[in-house]
Design a protein around this ligand. Structure first.
Ligand code: HEM
Length: 405
């Protein structure tokens, strides 16, 4: 292989699974790589753990701001570029604007409030697993993994149970905007986007009149320096939470199962001792290439990793590659339930590190505790299929057979 074989914009390659061999090559030969594209400047691809973490922790140089183009820097017709401009949501903001959101949300997003969601989520996970075991074979993604995060987010945001399936439909169309199986036309993507935003606004109106014991009501009430969120800000925030929370968790659950079953002994150990799910959660997060990259724009000319970057350059932080960096993790491609990685980049790093990390960890841990207790064996019965996207490392289908314990 050489650099000319690598095209991180070739979406068909991602449909065969995350291009881990390309990432390994780049880490070894061109860790800060000016990747060509249709523009004169191309974009910078960062693939080493330390470079990615450094850029993510230096927001004054590596900006997330919507004013400079936001974080979806490689063009993705679903989430950002469809609107022509990056939406004004917290993931696309720099300080001090970003801080206002972060403070408001941490007030509403407390660990205590999220821990209270565990019993309902556990029941939902157990019911899905038990139903799956009644059938000879199921699609782990569509029958189980896709259904759980919308339950968790629905519970958290106070979305009525009968509406929750709609969230998955809309986020599928948005993150799958480049995949013909999930999104048939740009109009369909636009409709999903509008539907999600409008749903958020309607729910906001209902909660403003009748506050409940949920995150949306808390966000409506929350204020920093006597300032709350405007209607438009809340609508955008609602859409961000649903998009950021639904697809990522489902993909981590699915990649995690693939990892656990690569060596059947790993699942066996978890079945023997379901309390291992807590540590396994960190390894599942590290190993799962669920968020392939997020981007930044350079705010000033700077030398980085021996390369000269210019103001306005686009930089893609390939989190999925940093998590497989052999200088950081021994035998990095191997899923090892006992690894206990102390740090990884699954949730990014720096001021934009994932707001939903505590919730995501609960979702993964509780699901795998339930699976380990209920199924003595899990077998993948056919090849997984992957999403045609270089942004979301999605698993679309994963046929499995579960044996009851
Ligand atoms: C395992 C599942 C998840 C993964 C792998 C994940 C990954 C990430 C990553 C990599 C970032 C960093 C973005 C950047 O640096 O530009 C991020 C930010 C974010 N995530 Fe997550 N996420 C997950 C679950 C969730 C959930 C469940 C929610 C909420 C319900 C959520 C909400 C957010 C928000 C709001 C941000 C933006 C934070 C900010 O800009 O300050 N995520 N996530």
């Amino acid at each position: 292989m050489d650099l000319s074989d690598i095209n991180l914009l070739d979406l068909d390659r991602y449909a065969e699974g995350p291009p881990l061999d390309w990432f390994a090559y780049l880490r070894a030969h061109a860790p800060v790589y000016r990747h060509p594209d249709q523009t004169e400047r191309g974009f910078w691809a960062l693939t080493k753990f330390d470079d990615i973490a450094k850029a993510a922790k230096t927001p004054t140089v590596f900006s997330s701001s919507y004013l400079r183009g936001g974080t979806i820097v490689l063009g993705h017709s679903g989430i950002d570029t469809m609107m022509g401009t990056a939406p004004r949501v917290m993931s696309n903001m720099d300080a001090p604007e970003h801080l206002k959101y972060r403070r408001l949300s941490t007030r509403a997003f407390t660990n205590k409030a999220l821990d209270a969601l565990v019993p309902a989520y556990r029941r939902a996970a157990a019911a899905l697993i038990d139903n799956a075991m009644k059938r000879e074979s199921v699609d782990f993604v569509t029958d189980i993994a896709a259904k759980l995060p919308v339950q968790a987010i629905g519970e958290m945001l106070g979305i009525p149970e009968e509406d929750r399936h709609l969230l998955g439909k809309w986020t599928d169309a948005l993150t799958g905007s480049e995949d013909p199986e999930l999104s048939r036309s740009p109009e369909e993507v636009a409709e999903a986007n509008t539907a999600l935003f409008t749903y958020g606004q309607q729910l906001r109106e209902r909660r403003a009149e009748e506050p409940g014991d949920d995150l949306l009501s808390a966000l409506i009430a929350a204020e920093v320096d006597d300032e709350g969120l405007t209607e438009e800000e809340l609508g955008g925030f609602f859409a961000l939470l649903v998009i950021a929370g639904a697809e990522t968790s489902r993909n981590v659950l699915s990649h995690g199962l693939i990892g656990l079953l690569e060596d059947p002994d790993q699942y066996g150990m978890l079945h023997e001792d379901p309390s291992l799910a807590k540590d396994a959660t960190e390894e599942i997060l590290r190993w799962s290439p669920a968020v392939i990259y997020l981007g930044r724009h350079v705010t000033q000319d700077i030398e980085f990793g021996g390369q000269q970057m210019k103001e306005g350059d686009r930089v893609a932080l390939f989190f999925a590659s940093g998590n497989r960096d052999e200088d950081k993790f021994a035998d990095a491609d191997r899923f090892d339930i006992h690894r206990r990685p102390r740090e990884h980049l699954a949730f990014g790093s720096g001021p934009h590190a994932c707001l939903g990390a505590h919730l995501a960890r609960i979702e993964i841990r509780v699901f795998y505790e339930e699976l380990a207790q209920r199924a003595s064996k899990v077998r993948i019965t056919d090849k997984p299929s992957y999403l045609r996207s270089n942004l979301a490392g999605g698993v679309k289908h994963l046929p499995v057979a579960l044996t009851p314990a």
